[in-house]
Design a protein around this ligand. Structure first.
Ligand code: ZN
Length: 367
């Protein structure tokens, strides 16, 4: 009884430390601009990036990304790749892999190859025929056995050649945490260091990201009226409503729209978020494997000390300027309450990636 209480208390207090990215007298950068972002990384993590580039010439590593759904795992991994080494780093998403497999199963040569591969490489408790069947008529809620995911991941990683990989989407269930401890052996990366990267994002951030998301009906690009507008904002005078115009010139001014169900925010994914939280806690308590802790938010009263103003995510609101017939855009720091109801700011992806880069350098002992 006593042990359980202590454990519960520990889990409740699972604290992600604040990471200082503030530099005295830093010039102001527009972090949405590719060129300025490059200069920003050079200033804030130039030395560490150099060390990683050098390391990656001969070596690799494996990172397991663990964060709640929509916490930005893919964004961080892709930005790390962009900044550190496009050719030697790979973002490997299990979700994307399964979608690819779904396509292969549509038939033809590829389907034959896939089944052939699985007949040779799959070992598990569910017969292969049954798995193929369930893959073919799968509803998204139905889980695939871990043994199958691992066999497919091995095939996919072998295709890409030897690179540092950020695994996104594994472990996805509690039983997979133990598998991940042996993952590098399974994919024949035996000697390469592996690292758990745990991401802490307030649920309010995830909720608002979903609720404000809009997509282009033509090219499916996703943006946010509140958090990530396009260059042109439109206004419908009759409905008194603002909307984004897709930036893609091929879409010829298409009006971006809310996706069905997004207005519900995190409600439909609550169960998923709970599982994700347990996974993070489980990984947090692992021994013998380095852990990198990333936080998306910084308490309002600590912001001045830890981050530069331009590292905070802005929120946008709009007013209709009747006289000039123009939309007026108002920008201010986006404030949310974190899971403990503390007023916080949410960070832009680059400062989180600075923290990722520096902590990975440390985990790899490149000092
Ligand atoms: Zn478009």
């Amino acid at each position: 009884m006593g042990t359980i209480l202590i454990l519960n208390k520990f889990m409740k207090d699972l604290e992600f430390p604040l990471f200082k990215t503030k530099i005295e007298n830093s010039p102001k950068f527009d972090l949405t601009d590719v060129k300025q972002r490059k200069e920003y990384f050079e200033l804030k993590a130039g030395e560490e990036i150099k060390k990683l580039k050098e390391y990656l010439k001969e070596n690799t590593f494996i990172v397991y990304l663990l964060g709640k759904k929509n916490s930005g795992k893919g964004t961080y991994a892709k930005m790390f790749k962009e900044v550190v080494d496009k050719d030697r780093v790979e973002h490997f998403s299990i979700g994307d892999m399964i979608r690819e497999v779904d396509k292969e199963l549509k038939g033809g040569e590829k389907k034959k190859e896939l089944i052939n591969f699985l007949e040779k490489n799959y070992r598990g408790f569910v017969p292969l025929e049954k798995i193929i069947k369930s893959l073919e008529n799968r509803s998204t809620s139905k889980l695939l056995p871990s043994e199958l995911i691992l066999a497919l991941a091995k095939r996919e990683i072998a295709k890409r050649g030897r690179k540092a990989i950020f695994v996104d989407g594994f472990p996805r269930e509690m039983d997979q945490v133990s598998y991940s401890l042996f993952f590098r052996d399974l994919i024949e990366y035996r000697k390469d260091p592996d690292i758990f990267v745990l991401i802490d994002v307030p649920e309010a951030v995830i909720d608002e990201r979903i609720k404000n998301r809009v997509i282009c009906p033509l090219c499916q690009t996703s943006r946010s009226l509140k958090l990530l507008p396009t260059t042109e904002v439109g206004y419908n005078q009759k409905e008194k409503e603002f909307h984004l115009i897709c930036d893609n010139s091929e879409c010829k001014g298409a009006r971006m729209v809310v996706k069905e169900g997004d207005q519900l925010g995190i409600e439909p994914i609550r169960e998923r978020l709970k599982t994700d939280e347990s996974l993070i806690k489980r990984a947090f308590s692992l021994y013998g494997i380095p852990k990198v802790l990333l936080r998306n938010s910084v308490p309002k009263n600590k912001a001045k000390e830890f981050v530069d103003d331009y590292e905070i995510t802005p929120e946008y609101s709009y007013e209709w300027d009747e006289k000039n017939g123009k939309v007026k855009i108002i920008e201010k720091p986006w404030q949310i309450l974190d899971d403990n109801k503390v007023p916080c700011y949410s960070l832009m992806p680059p400062p989180v990636v600075v923290s990722l880069i520096k902590q990975i350098v440390e985990a790899l002992n490149l000092t």
